[in-house]
Design a protein around this ligand. Structure first.
Ligand SMILES: C[S@@+](CC[C@H](N)C(=O)[O-])C[C@H]1O[C@@H](n2cnc3c(N)ncnc32)[C@H](O)[C@@H]1O
Length: 467
């Protein structure tokens, strides 16, 4: 169990000696998190790791919340046997469920602490109810996960074993230099600025990551900008210009575009801020995001990389809808010629996405048609910007409805564009037998060791003699 509460048992030992915080607090905090999750107040990890309501060990809380939800259906099947079980899904209800999980699937309910500490009467009542029946239920409870639960756990484990993908900032390091910094890392077979390192490569306190020389970014997420600049680098005269990143937070593709643009503008050999003095034009990379909090986070996360950029390339944050973006240049900068359109999607390609799976148990649905409509609006808006010459459209969805079909419809809505064929060494292409399918890039989690993803680069279809 990669994220099992058993695996986190060490936290429990550490906390047991403390008078004020203990496993009881983990149980209660987990119940609070589950209640908020069930009421669509946030993603499970975000709630457990950042919610101020979690006063106990956050990792242990996430782990217990995850495991309780993993066995939710099995637990719900036996929960009616618990006396006085609340009939609404309150925090109190989830406390019963967490205790039931611990009693049936975990190491057992920690009852000593309950005796030692002064718990409030409600918490005490939940303990009492569950303890009263747990041994009886245990006899018939399937301790092994069902096939469906096990399949989901396998998907999570698979994602845990994807290699660590490290994107090298070419304004600071060459890929060969970076290879020397990470033991057992290998160059990505297709992406020119990516290294694939063993999953356990430590990156938490990595000084190259802290300095913006290296960015930890999934292989799939590196594809859109890699594909876009594969096209740009074939004809810099035509394509090099400012970039609009439509839906940018948390900003991984923004920094990828910024460093590839810097590389395209200034060429190899650039090492220091300021760079080649003969380059006078200044290019902007607009980090556009509708959610102010996400925009603020993106600015913070992108700061180390933006600090490495030469004076010729500036990242400029904008809070607002991408549908209001225009091709008016940022003051002092070149007009936009490139767009990165990576809109909100179903995230169905994210391997072992707990929020998707668990959210569905609490009535969360995915409006694919609504998402496709929004994606179409974003893409056609980019295609309608006069100065724009090339666009990378991408999603982390596996549904054709959000991918090839959005692109096909956009090409009909805004004439004068065509798909380009980037990253020729990438094997997996789109569904269908047209140009969109041939040119699209797709990932297969098994074969490509990354999340399911889709990219299509569109270029303005200029007449031959102008090409
Ligand atoms: C898939 S995420 C983008 C990930 C990002 N491109 C990256 O690689 O780090 C989609 C983002 O679009 C934002 N968003 C949604 N609607 C938007 C709109 N109308 N205009 C701008 N951003 C929007 C969401 O808040 C979310 O942060």
């Amino acid at each position: 169990m990669a994220r099992g509460s058993r695996g986190q048992a060490g936290h429990r030992g550490k906390r047991m000696g403390e008078e004020s915080k203990g496993i009881t607090d983990v149980y209660m905090d987990t119940a609070k998190i589950l209640y908020k999750f069930a009421n669509h107040q946030g993603g499970l990890k975000a709630l457990a790791l950042s919610d101020e309501a979690v006063q106990s060990n956050k990792t242990a809380t996430y782990s217990l919340a995850f495991n309780t939800l993993l066995r939710y259906k099995s637990l719900m099947a036996v929960a009616p046997a618990v006396p006085m079980l609340p009939d609404t899904q309150s925090e109190f209800f989830f406390l019963h469920l967490v205790l039931l999980y611990e009693g049936l699937c975990g190491k057992g309910i920690n009852n000593q602490e309950r005796r030692r500490r002064k718990l409030n009467s409600t918490t005490r009542a939940a303990y009492k109810s569950v303890l009263m029946v747990v041994d009886d239920i245990k006899a018939d409870f399937p301790t092994k996960p069902t096939e469906d639960e096990a399949a989901f756990q396998r998907a999570i484990d698979r994602a845990h074993h994807f290699p660590r993908s490290l994107r090298v900032n070419p304004t600071v390091l060459t890929r060969n230099q970076a290879l020397g910094l990470y033991a057992n890392a290998k160059p990505d077979p297709v992406l020119p600025d990516v290294l694939l390192a063993p999953k356990d490569t430590p990156i938490r306190d990595d000084k190259n990551v802290a300095s913006g020389a290296v960015t930890v970014q999934s292989r799939a997420s590196c594809l859109p900008v890699s594909a876009l600049f594969d096209v740009v680098d074939r004809d810099k005269e035509r394509y090099v210009g400012s970039v609009l990143d439509f839906c940018a937070a948390p900003g991984n593709k923004t920094t990828h575009a910024a460093v590839r643009l810097a590389q395209a503008v200034l060429g190899k050999g650039l090492r220091a801020k300021g760079g080649n003095k003969s380059v006078r034009k200044v290019y902007s990379v607009t980090l556009n995001e509708i959610d102010p909090r996400r925009a603020e986070l993106a600015e913070k996360l992108t700061a180390p990389v933006t600090a490495t950029l030469p004076a010729a390339v500036r990242v400029v944050a904008r809070v607002g809808s991408c549908l209001d973006l225009t091709c008016a240049p940022v003051e002092g900068c070149e007009p936009p010629t490139l767009c990165v359109v990576d809109p909100s999607c179903s995230s169905s390609g994210v391997v072992g996405n707990p929020d998707k799976r668990f959210g569905a148990m609490f009535g969360e649905t995915t409006d694919l048609a609504g998402l496709a409509e929004f994606q179409h609006s974003c893409l056609t808006h980019a295609m309608g910007l006069e100065t724009v010459q090339a666009i990378a459209y991408s999603t982390c969805s596996v549904h054709d409805e959000e991918n090839e079909e959005v692109v096909r419809r956009a090409l009909q809505t805004v004439p004068g564009w065509k798909p380009a064929y980037p990253l020729s060494a990438w094997e997996r292409r789109g569904h269908g037998d047209d140009e969109v399918a041939r040119c699209s890039i797709k990932t297969d989690p098994e074969q490509d060791q990354t999340d399911g993803f889709y990219v299509c680069v569109l270029v303005r279809d200029v007449p031959e003699d102008e090409d």
